[in-house]
Design a binder for this molecule. Structure first.
Ligand SMILES: [Fe+2]
Length: 255
C-alpha cells in the first residue's frame, strides 16, 4: 500500500480563514526544505499557481518547448512509455536527459482530477535509495559518466536526446541525484548501476507516497532530491498543469 503524503499545507487556517500570503510562503518553504516536497490543499479559486511558482525561480521549457504545459492523455500514445498517456510510469527524476542541470523544482497542479481509481502522482526521497550505497560507491556515481536517453513517447514526437552525466553531481554544496529506471543506459557488467536501478525501484515500490488530487491541489518538489512517478488511470479527461523551474542562474553556469 502506498503511504499518504506527509508534507501537506492547507491554504486555510484553523479558523477557516485564508492564510496571509506571507504565512503561506513561510510554511511552504519550511515544508519543502524539510521533506523535499509539499502537497498544497484546500486551494481557493483565487489562487494564482503560476505567480506563486515564479517566486521559486525561472521556468524552464520542456523538450517540446512548453513552459507551462498540460498533462492530458493523448489518444495515440497508450502503447508506449510516455507522460501523456494513462499508463503507469516508472520512478525517475525529471530532466535527466537535459544537457545541463535538471530542473531544480517541479510543480504539478490539478485542473481536473481523474474520476475512478488511479492517477496519483507518487514520490520518494532519493536519500532513501542513496543511503544503501557506501561512500566509495557514491563516489563512483559522482565520477562516472553514464548515458541517458529521452523517452520512447518523445521519440515518436520527433524528440531524441542522448546525453552523458554522472548519476550524482555536487553543485555549490547541493547534491543532484539523476535517476531513471528505464532510460539510464547500464553498461554491460556494471553491477553497481544495475543494483542502483534494482534497489531504487524496489525501495520506491515499498515506500513511496501517493498524492491524490482535488481540483486546484498542487504539488511542488525538489527535483534534485526526490524521485517521482505516476499510477495508471482510466479517466481520459484527467488534466494536470506542469511547470519545471530551473536552477538559479549562478548555479547553472557553475556546473
Ligand atoms: Fe516526470
Amino acid at each position: 500500500m502506498p503511504k499518504s503524503p506527509d508534507s501537506v499545507l492547507s491554504c486555510y487556517d484553523v479558523n477557516h480563514d485564508l492564510l496571509p500570503d506571507s504565512v503561506l510562503r513561510y510554511a511552504f518553504r519550511q515544508l519543502l526544505g524539510n521533506n523535499g516536497y509539499v502537497h498544497l490543499v484546500n486551494v481557493p479559486e483565487s489562487f494564482d499557481h503560476v505567480a506563486f511558482l515564479k517566486e521559486l525561480g525561472d521556468f524552464q521549457p520542456t523538450p517540446t518547448g512548453t513552459v507551462i504545459g498540460d498533462l492530458k492523455p493523448e489518444a495515440d500514445m497508450d502503447d508506449i512509455y510516455h507522460a501523456q498517456n494513462r499508463k503507469p510510469l516508472v520512478p525517475h527524476s525529471e530532466g535527466y536527459e537535459f544537457r545541463g542541470l535538471p530542473p531544480r523544482y517541479m510543480a504539478l497542479w490539478c485542473v481536473k482530477p481523474a474520476s475512478g481509481p488511479g492517477g496519483e502522482t507518487t514520490m520518494l526521497d532519493g536519500q532513501r535509495v542513496l543511503r544503501e550505497f557506501t561512500e566509495d560507491e557514491q563516489r563512483h556515481f559522482l565520477e562516472t559518466p553514464y548515458t541517458w536517453k529521452s523517452t520512447e513517447g518523445l521519440a515518436r514526437r520527433g524528440v531524441h536526446h542522448t546525453v552523458e552525466h554522472p548519476v550524482l553531481e555536487d553543485v555549490d554544496g547541493e547534491r543532484v541525484f539523476r535517476f531513471s529506471y528505464n532510460n539510464l543506459v547500464v553498461p554491460e557488467g556494471d553491477d553497481l548501476a544495475t543494483r542502483l536501478l534494482k534497489r531504487g525501484k524496489a525501495i520506491y515500490d515499498e515506500s513511496h507516497v501517493a498524492v491524490q488530487y482535488e481540483e486546484r491541489d498542487m504539488i511542488v518538489w525538489n527535483n534534485w532530491r526526490m524521485l517521482h512517478s505516476r499510477n495508471a488511470f482510466e479517466d481520459p479527461t484527467r488534466h494536470l498543469k506542469r511547470v519545471q523551474i530551473a536552477a538559479p542562474v549562478s548555479l547553472a553556469s557553475a556546473a
